[in-house]
Design a protein around this ligand. Structure first.
Ligand SMILES: CC(C)(COP(=O)(O)OP(=O)(O)OC[C@H]1O[C@@H](n2cnc3c(N)ncnc32)[C@H](O)[C@@H]1OP(=O)(O)O)[C@@H](O)C(=O)NCCC(=O)NCCS
Length: 231
């Protein structure tokens, strides 16, 4: 099923070096037998899901399995709770993302009590989606960041959208609080180190007040972009 797969090197962010595994797959090649072949548990609820969802779930959990093996937990599987939040072995923090062509998992062991990671992979936005993302996702100061640094807008919108999804996935397991895309904004974007800083514009939780910031990293690949946020 998988066309390409690899571990990504991720330089430290705030002292955390997550293990990242990414794989590319072809939806047309997916077979339900792949769960057994790849030793990935298929939850009962997935029986009702469409083929695309089953394939994406498998790809995400396969990436998670490879990360768990790398971290020394070859016998563990990642479940999901009632909010769809992935459930990791006790000492691990991790996150999963998938499209219908790519899957990625990032996780690390240890870290402080509040440490966490969020990961997201996105295909580059097509021109028909730019207006809605500009409207729903991007703040005025982010528009300034794009204009002042002459950054390609469609690339930047994909990055900002993905970075905010990653932030949400890192925060939500700790806060259980929903928040809007425009409640966070990219304040620094460094294209030489491929890192960014993302700041909350409103208070999301007592531990994550207005002005609180996190660091992120991005990886450019042909056709898609992957972001990672570490708390
Ligand atoms: C939850 C959400 C992040 C999931 O994204 P998605 O479009 O399904 O796409 P992805 O493939 O990137 O991520 C899916 C994976 O994220 C994980 N996930 C789902 N909900 C999650 C949550 N609340 N917290 C953390 N991780 C979550 C799961 O592992 C899921 O895969 P699985 O169901 O196969 O286990 C997104 O749809 C969402 O609801 N976003 C909320 C709005 C938002 O991001 N606001 C931005 C705030 S700045």
């Amino acid at each position: 099923m998988f066309l390409q797969e690899h571990f990504r090197r991720c330089p430290s962010l705030w002292g955390v070096e997550p293990v990242i595994f990414q794989c590319r797959y072809e939806l047309a090649d997916f077979r339900d037998d792949d769960f057994a072949t790849l030793h990935v548990h298929r939850p009962q609820r997935l029986t009702q899901a469409c083929r695309k969802r089953r394939a994406e779930y498998l790809a995400g959990r396969y990436a998670a399995k490879r990360v768990l093996e790398h971290l020394g937990y070859p016998w563990m599987q990642v479940g999901s709770d009632e909010d769809r939040v992935p459930v990791w072995p006790r000492r691990l923090k991790g996150s999963i993302s998938h499209t219908n062509h790519e899957a990625v998992c990032a996780a690390f062991e240890g870290g402080s009590a509040g440490a966490s990671v969020g990961v997201d992979v996105e295909r580059y936005l097509c021109s028909s989606k730019l207006d809605s993302v500009r409207e729903l996702v991007v703040t005025r100061s982010e528009r300034g960041l794009i204009a002042n640094n002459a950054i390609d807008e469609s690339w930047a919108l994909t990055l900002f959208f993905s970075a905010k999804e990653s932030l949400f996935k890192a925060l939500y397991p700790q806060t259980r609080a929903a928040f809007d895309f425009r409640e966070a904004e990219i304040t620094v974007l460094n294209q030489s180190t491929k890192t960014f800083t993302i700041r909350l514009r409103t208070s999301v939780h007592v531990r994550f007040p207005k002005g609180w910031t996190a660091l992120g990293r991005y990886f450019d690949d042909a056709g898609h972009l992957t972001t990672l946020v570490v708390l």
